[in-house]
Design a protein around this ligand. Sequence first.
Ligand code: M6R
Length: 609
Amino acid sequence: MCGIVAYVGPRSCTSLLYQGLRKLEYRGYDSAGLSVLVDGQIEVVRAVGNMDSLEQELKGNGHAEARLGLGHTRWATHGRPSTENAHPHSDCSGKISIVLNGIIENYAGLRKELARQGHQFASETDAEVVAHLIEKHYHGDLLEAVRLTYADIAGHFAFCAIHSSHPEMIAGARKECPLLIGVGDGEIFVASAIPAFLSETRDVVIVGDEELFVATPGDVQILDLEKKRLEREITRVNWDVDAAEKGGYETFMRKEIFEQPDALVDTIAGRLPGGGQVVLEEMLIPDEVLAGIDKVYIVACGTSYHAGMVGRYVLENWARVAVELDIASEFRYREPVLSPATLVVGISQSGETADTLAAMRQARRMDARVLAITNIMGSQATRDANGVIYTRAGLEIGVAATKTHLAQIAAIHLLALKLAQVKGALDVNEIEGIASELKAVPALLRQYLKNESAAHEIAKRYYQQPFFLYLGRGVGLPVCLEGALKLKEISYIPTEAYAAGEMKHGPIALLDKGSPVVVVATDGHVYEKVVSNIEEVRARDAAVIAVATEGNEGIRAYSDDVMYVPATSEMLSPLVSVVPLQLLAYHIAQLKGCNVDQPRNLAKTVTVE
Ligand code: M6R
């Protein structure tokens, strides 16, 4: 899960590559590097750490005359973060340079064989074998060497290569990991994601799975593995460049928390037009097939899994359909019982999470219908599924997912309404009632976000605590799981999240005088049960921080602190109740001086197993 960029064209490219990498830093920031062609020689600059380290290395070393180059920002898989393991990697002669995103699964055997043939390795990485394989296969034709290298390697990857004898050429290949071409005026950009070149061009060509490409300043060719040229249309991307900037907020995460009302508006827009209709154009699964679905199976990882857990309650409640839920990395190695009447829903913000993709592919092999819920157009999940519901949250840069999570929950609400409609589980009036409540949530949230002082004040009181317990029931359970994940990933404070009724079966032993316990206690049919659990917490002298519905003054008697959220119906309540938990985690992490946008050891897109 790294970010790669490449450029060929008439402009000095070092700063273009550097700027591109800055936009891809969310994909990994263990190390970064560039290679550029200068006076017929490939010059490589690499640094351990994030892009600030590379910036230091590049000072006074701008290679202004370079017109061809590669760049890479790394999330370490094979080989620790070090300068030697940073990309780009070179062959023995130093004439070839490569950058790779992904994993070469058979690298150990290849490396052994190449070493036996006399190749000298300079790193511990799997990626370096690609540079040496290209060297081995190169006899004057870079594309052919790339093609033969592709045939030798197994795994999932995207890579780009340059050769000092081809000063105007980038060649590369893709298997499962993303690779996009930006077509400029007499210049070509290549990258793992569009933001890397969005400020330079909006014309994009997608390199498909198991395809090769070769780019020169005025042309890009996409080819199959036999080097047959494939027709590929240029897509114009309408994203706003500013969307990738912080827009006045101190961090991307904060900006994205505050963008949640817009993310909800956009995700719902046009999909609930009235008359009990639910319009999901990209779903592509006919209504009559949906009507016959007897089980929904949700697979996802991390925050997306928590959105899926909301789906379990909502789908059962509204659509009266059986729902199962599993973590994708577990599902893919089980023997799930699926049939053509099962709808498998893969939820992935990035659409590139390896485990979720594998789970979706397994479901396809077992003849289930597969639906992707993702934020990224053209991502692998969209190609592996029968249909898609796009969340329309816009680009999310903060590694901790926030606005995409809310948009995922809204997408699940839409799916549940759609199934309820085709199955006749809800009538027109019921659907319209829910639709108008859902449409009202963004305004409620906008109002709520105008005053976040409660979360900030509570953070100040508790940020030095060594441990937080989160409790919830019903739709409050996924909310508390998500709140606990947010806190641990950005502040590094250990957390546990439990179904409140389970607390007495073990976690209660963790409680001590003053231990902070965050309880999701919004209005709903299990509210009284949650209050009983709060009593159990208080009996151990622990400190209760409740998330409650506005107007519930009674909860103050049971709580040390309360974060109120706007009133909505129970099934919609996660859309509001998760927000104070995002803010609490955010303020605690800020008070602890943590880098909330780039938490240690994490990456935005997890394209490895
Ligand atoms: O791109 P995906 O939604 O598939 O990513 C899944 C998880 O990696 C992701 O949600 C992760 O848990 C985030 N760090 C959460 O903030």
